[in-house]
Ligand binder design. Structure first.
Ligand SMILES: *[C@@H]1O[C@H](CO)[C@@H](O)[C@H](O)[C@H]1NC(C)=O
Ligand SMILES: *[C@@H]1O[C@H](CO)[C@@H](O)[C@H](O)[C@H]1NC(C)=O
Ligand SMILES: *[C@@H]1O[C@H](CO)[C@@H](O)[C@H](O)[C@H]1NC(C)=O
Ligand SMILES: *[C@@H]1O[C@H](CO)[C@@H](O)[C@H](O)[C@H]1NC(C)=O
Ligand SMILES: *[C@@H]1O[C@H](CO)[C@@H](O)[C@H](O)[C@H]1NC(C)=O
Ligand SMILES: *[C@@H]1O[C@H](CO)[C@@H](O)[C@H](O)[C@H]1NC(C)=O
Ligand SMILES: *[C@@H]1O[C@H](CO)[C@@H](O)[C@H](O)[C@H]1NC(C)=O
Ligand SMILES: *[C@@H]1O[C@H](CO)[C@@H](O)[C@H](O)[C@H]1NC(C)=O
Ligand SMILES: *[C@@H]1O[C@H](CO)[C@@H](O)[C@H](O)[C@H]1NC(C)=O
Ligand SMILES: *[C@@H]1O[C@H](CO)[C@@H](O)[C@H](O)[C@H]1NC(C)=O
Ligand SMILES: *[C@@H]1O[C@H](CO)[C@@H](O)[C@H](O)[C@H]1NC(C)=O
Ligand SMILES: *[C@@H]1O[C@H](CO)[C@@H](O)[C@H](O)[C@H]1NC(C)=O
Length: 781
């Protein structure tokens, strides 16, 4: 991690702020991604640096660009902001050259031909909202917890090209917070006992949890995340984005009373079944003068570190954590004092609030209380993220948040679960309708996914909708997306288009949110049980809402396409998508096996109890999971389909070189990071407080965690006639014992050797074997 050695000074960040109003950022992006075309593009800003101002909540302006052929043969892109230029560049590259940049797969922009096509005239693009936002506070734990600078560079270029000008930037928060607490007189041990582990920082930042189980957060982590944040913020600014930075929220170490006997503080609620040692966070009341003191200390340290680069601050005090009192005066008092503290630190401060609380805790948050709470802040001093607009919009019931500006956001999925899923109608039609109804308050469109779990087309379409005043035509959108996606193969067989068109109107067109309103979780990711796994609704629905046969048809189109155009097997976009669809077909095939097993083994409800059927089906369930693991392992995309990759990324943060095997202190830290990485995707909490919330369909996780659990279930069921009648306490006990033991297993330093990097032909041959094993599943019988 070479960035540890780069000391980005505040002065450098400040000088890049000035560069933000220049074309330097977009030119560097071109240099990074299409270096052989640096002379083929010219960029100009229509607004001179002197008059350019980032949009604020009062003077909101849309971004605009034009793309044309310059007389000297270059493609000329002009725009009113640096992000408008990036958006114009992407429009040209995606719709004229058919190349793009993707999560997981990386940039495919280098596939642009030597001679770039001219444009047919002058193309004008305009955003329909001034802000395009990205990230949820928890994305920083579910997706980016262990990211390197290289991962961040790809993400930031992806965001810039897709027109995002307002990204959240949480890394390094703990460094500023620790310094703030230290200055206020807290001892290192008190601060340390407040902070959570590297995979759980988001919920500590929210005040849901405190402390860390199985080890405490090392200062080396804090420092290297801080160094990374300096790079991230500087790059955001260079690209022309306005970073949303953290602020002091009010959550403090529990020992505050020892240092400030007169301080007014309250203890928060218990979160998600966590023992009070790890929750019940102490909250300093914003009306206490100490709150403003700490806020000023925090913000000034942050400005020193990153420069004066933003006036927008993310700040959530009641996320899944109700206020101490529901009195209207109290609620108004909290917000009015919180914004005063921000203004004391930065007179132009704008408070960004994740609006999740009003939905998740709707019983507490009556309209009267929301109005009082938001009423403590001037309309121009706040932006609310309407966090789950495609399914549970709150802006209507709150009268546009009682006239606060808001951003319409697609949340899409929880815990970075990996099912194919989308609400393609809701994310194209609804935001356009919302804008017509809330013209003066809806200032943005954004993405607030808990994790960047795949389904990239659903994220692309929402960000592209931000540049179209009528709902996008999904048929042509999917067609154009596919054309760019598989660029690089000699031909694009029709099957590629057919497959995605089928998925567009089925997998990606959920219209009944009562059966589930987000990415599906497959039942095999849940702790085995004879009841309660099927038909789950809500945030982790287990119901497959399309005819699973239509996905098999789409799969066959994709498979046939590669038979027709074998070079697709060397196309990373194809191998990624093909793996993903194969994954879903196999996951769906688990359902009928499970249903048959339970029915066949359940003597109490099924008079045709059949031990033979049960034993055979049980074996098939396990074999199917092993085959799924094998396909994912052969994908060539460990960054998205492999537990070993996730663990290797976590362990790598423990040392500079990743190979200090003999240094026991480094090994301990690496083991702690591995524990964090494992725990988040399995038990999630010291003893399974929200077990399987962030489950994944990963090679390695299936074989080492899900298969053993299902083996225990199958064996127990077959050997215990009472198993299905509720007398399964012994099974739940042994499942938990297994799950807990798995947490502390150590992959060790050789983890990097265990995830396969692309081996030509491997995916193709593994799939051929799996297809011949399961002809009925793949419709090839
Ligand atoms: C907001 O933007 C408008 C238009 O650019 C400008 O006139 C106004 O001064 C800005 N307000 C603040 C608080 O920066
Ligand atoms: C090409 O033309 C564009 C637009 O007129 C101009 O901005 C740019 O500087 C020119 N580039 C060269 C190399 O002449
Ligand atoms: C440009 O014009 C040509 C000829 O009219 C047409 O075939 C092509 O589709 C156009 N390209 C775009 C991207 O509009
Ligand atoms: C929460 O913490 C406070 C002190 O930090 C303690 O007095 C209180 O009993 C705790 N609440 C619970 C439910 O443990
Ligand atoms: C907020 O509440 C505190 C404590 O009751 C009180 O002292 C203060 O005056 C209130 N502030 C406002 C602005 O209402
Ligand atoms: C940042 O700079 C602006 C304009 O120079 C100034 O108004 C503002 O107070 C500064 N903010 C901070 C936090 O220093
Ligand atoms: C989402 O779209 C479906 C129809 O496609 C509609 O029934 C539903 O009401 C929409 N949801 C919201 C929140 O608008
Ligand atoms: C917009 O307002 C109209 C008229 O009040 C209403 O019928 C419609 O449902 C609203 N649409 C949305 C998305 O709120
Ligand atoms: C999605 O489903 C709805 C309801 O069945 C239908 O009206 C709509 O046309 C579908 N949209 C697509 C893109 O298939
Ligand atoms: C799940 O839903 C399906 C379809 O509605 C139904 O046939 C089945 O009985 C349900 N299963 C359980 C376990 O509730
Ligand atoms: C009973 O089990 C058999 C398999 O042994 C299965 O075919 C049948 O559907 C089951 N019946 C019920 C009511 O679950
Ligand atoms: C299955 O679920 C039921 C109901 O939630 C629960 O009581 C039982 O302990 C679970 N069985 C196992 C093996 O975990």
């Amino acid at each position: 991690m070479h960035f540890l050695k780069i000391a980005t000074s505040a002065a450098l960040a400040l000088s890049t702020l000035c560069g933000a109003q220049s074309t330097a950022g977009i030119k560097s992006l071109v240099q990074r991604r299409i270096p052989n075309h640096v002379h083929d593009f010219t960029f100009s800003l229509t607004t001179s640096p002197a008059t350019y101002a980032a949009p604020n909540t009062t003077g909101a302006q849309n971004d605009q660009y034009t793309v044309s052929n310059a007389a000297n043969g270059t493609i000329h892109i002009s725009g009113n902001t640096p992000i408008a230029l990036a958006s114009g560049l992407r429009w040209y590259l995606a719709s004229y050259v058919h190349v793009d940049i993707y999560w997981f797969i990386g940039s495919r922009l280098h596939l642009a031909p030597q001679n770039l096509p001219l444009v047919n005239g002058t193309y004008h693009g305009s955003s329909i909202v001034p802000w395009r936002y990205h990230f949820n506070t928890v994305t920083f734990s579910y997706t980016t917890a262990f990211w390197t600078w290289e991962d961040w560079e790809l993400e930031l270029d992806w965001l810039a090209l897709r027109g995002v000008n307002l990204p959240l930037a949480w890394n390094g928060y703990e460094k500023i917070l620790i310094d703030t607490f230290a200055e206020a007189g807290f001892e290192e041990a008190e601060i340390s006992s407040f902070l959570s582990g590297p995979a759980f920082q988001a919920w500590n930042r929210f005040g849901n949890i405190q402390g860390s189980w199985s080890g405490s957060l090392p200062m080396s982590w804090v420092n290297s995340q801080f160094a990374l944040q300096k790079q991230i913020v500087a790059r955001m600014v260079e690209l022309g984005m306005t970073p949303v930075l953290p602020a002091f929220t009010g959550f403090v170490p529990a020992s505050i009373g020892q240092h400030y006997p007169n301080a007014s503080f309250v203890n928060g609620s218990q979160w998600s079944g966590f023992p009070s040692q790890y929750t019940n966070d102490t909250f300093l009341e914003p009306f206490d003068p100490l709150f403003t003191t700490l806020q000023e200390s925090f913000i000034s340290k942050q400005v020193n570190a990153y420069g004066n680069v933003t006036n927008i601050y993310t700040l959530d005090q009641y996320n899944e954590n109700d206020p101490f009192s529901g009195e209207l005066n109290y609620l108004r008092n909290v917000t009015s004092n919180t914004i005063s503290s921000l203004k004391a630190a930065d007179p132009d401060a704008v408070w960004m609030l994740q609006g999740w609380l009003f939905y998740s805790s709707a019983t507490f948050w009556t309209n009267e209380r929301i109005e009082a709470y938001l009423g403590g802040v001037e309309d121009t001093d706040m932006i609310v993220l309407d966090l789950f607009s495609e399914s549970q919009p709150q802006w209507q019931r709150t009268n546009s948040y009682y006239s606060k500006p808001f951003i319409w956001c697609q949340l899409h999925g929880y815990g970075s679960n990996m099912g194919l899923y989308g609400q393609v109608e809701n994310v194209t039609i609804n935001p356009v309708e919302a804008l017509a109804n809330a013209t003066s308050t809806m200032l943005g469109l954004g993405l607030t996914m808990e994790g960047q779990e795949g389904n990239e087309i659903m994220y692309d379409i929402l960000l592209d909708q931000a540049w179209a005043s009528t709902p996008l035509d999904t048929k042509s959108y999917f067609h154009d997306w596919v054309r760019a996606r598989y660029h690089g193969s000699a031909t694009s067989p029709e099957g590629l288009y057919s497959a995605w068109d089928i998925m567009r109107s089925t997998v990606y067109n959920n219209t009944d949110i009562t059966l589930g309103n987000a990415v599906t979780k497959s039942i095999f990711e849940l702790s085995p049980n004879a009841t309660g796994l099927l038909n789950r609704t809500g945030h982790h629905p287990t119901t497959i809402r399309y005819d699973s046969g239509v996905l098999v048809k789409a799969w066959n189109h994709l498979y046939d396409a590669a038979a027709q155009e074998p070079s697709l097997w060397d196309n990373p976009a194809y191998t990624f998508d093909f793996t993903d669809v194969t994954r879903q077909v196999l996951a769906n095939a688990f359902y009928p096996l499970y249903t048959t097993f339970v029915a066949a083994a359940n003597s109490s409800v099924n008079s045709t109890y059949s031990p033979t059927t049960a034993a055979g089906t049980g074996q098939q369930m396990l074999a199917l999971l092993e085959d799924l693991d094998a396909v994912l392992a052969a994908s060539g995309h460990p960054e998205h389909f492999s537990l070993a990759y996730w663990i290797a990324q976590a362990r790598a943060w423990a040392s500079d070189s990743g190979s200090l095997v003999n240094d026991s202190s480094v090994m301990q830290t690496a083991d702690f990071y591995e524990y964090n990485a494992r725990n988040q995707v399995s038990l999630w909490g010291p003893t399974g407080q929200i077990s399987d919330y962030a489950s994944k369909q990963w090679s390695g996780l299936i074989s080492s965690y899900y298969v053993p659990r299902w083996t225990m279930f199958v064996d127990y069921t077959l050997n215990t006639t009472t198993a299905m009648n509720g007398a399964n306490a012994p099974l739940s006990g042994s499942l938990l014992a297994f799950e807990e033991a798995w947490q502390t297993e150590i992959w060790g330093e050789n983890v990097k050797e265990t995830y396969a990097m692309p081996v030509p032909g491997e995916l193709q041959s593994v799939v051929a074997r799996v297809v011949s094993t399961w002809p009925a599943v793949f419709g090839t019988a």
